[in-house]
Design a protein around this ligand. Sequence first.
Ligand code: COA
Ligand code: NAP
Length: 271
Amino acid sequence: MDFSGKTVIVIGGTSGINRGIAEAFAAAGAKLAVASRSQDKVDDTVAALKAAGAAEAIGASFDVRDDQAVADGLEHFHDALGDFDVLVSGAAGNFPALTAEMSVNAFKTVVDIDLIGTVHVMKGAYPFLKRPGASIINISAPQAYLPYEGQAHVCAAKAGVDQITRTLSMEWGIEGIRVNSVVPGFIEGTEGAKRLSPSEDAHEEIRKDIPLGRWGQTQDVANACLFLSSDLASYISGNVLAVDGALYQRGSGRFGQMMGEMLRMKGKAQS
Ligand code: COA
Ligand code: NAP
């Protein structure tokens, strides 16, 4: 994969899966821009992207819940790096919580980051996307199509993200812009996985259920993003691509239920 001369923007690209994606595009020679809330994480990532081989690397700190800050940040990236060939939107927040025990503001916080944040990123980037040829990838989650106890907020938000993907693949497809979602399974060493699988025992239980027999790596997700943004995928749009070792062919049943049971036991212990 050679992305030299291409401009790649990764929103929420300063840790975990999204940073792995940014690093893979850097290794393929792209010009990179990353953004998240923490300037320290941005600075650290920009240095790592340069070390990984990025032709250029810049960053900005903003919160995806602030539409004007997102629009200004993306305009700054465009001024510095030119039209966007690839846009990855992956900023997200998650915590396990039963709906009855979560405040409305807690639910809304996740919807505001994951779903409305995606809208801010899509609309802020729209004027700057290369036409024809841009590839947009929204980082989604299995909760988008599998109900999962303790995750109603994430299920609602990520289902919305995938429907945005499908809808914009039509609205923007006519301008030559492709839009896809990538759904990571359980990805080793990441914040999202730690929050849903906090113990060694849970890690091993999950591993046993993954048909391909191992947890995912950030590189597995990055490989899917490289492919979807390459000419090899020039006729692929409006898709939701799972990168999960076939885990979720089994449905969410056991995990969705385990999470609910764990939270109910915790609630009883506290009362
Ligand atoms: N259980 C229940 N409610 C929770 C919670 C938890 N574990 N964590 C936060 N909340 C609630 C807060 O109590 C608050 O609601 P309230 O105002 O009614 O009290 C609301 O959620 C917002 O919390 P706050 O800490 O102010 O939000 P924030 O904007 O600072 O942070 C989060 C957003 C909560 C999503 C935070 O976990 C975060 O920044 N996550 C980013 C990293 C991440 O989640 N990575 C995994 C990606 S899959
Ligand atoms: P992570 O390391 O916490 O990454 C989240 C990124 O988003 C960070 O760069 C974070 O940086 C940024 N971010 C969070 N809230 C933000 C906000 N309000 N505004 C701007 N940036 C914000 O999490 P991860 O586990 O790698 O998850 C990455 C993506 O993969 C998410 O979309 C998640 O839903 C999805 N996913 C993960 C898994 C998994 O196994 N980990 C599974 C399925 C799906 P700051 O803190 O600096 O803001």
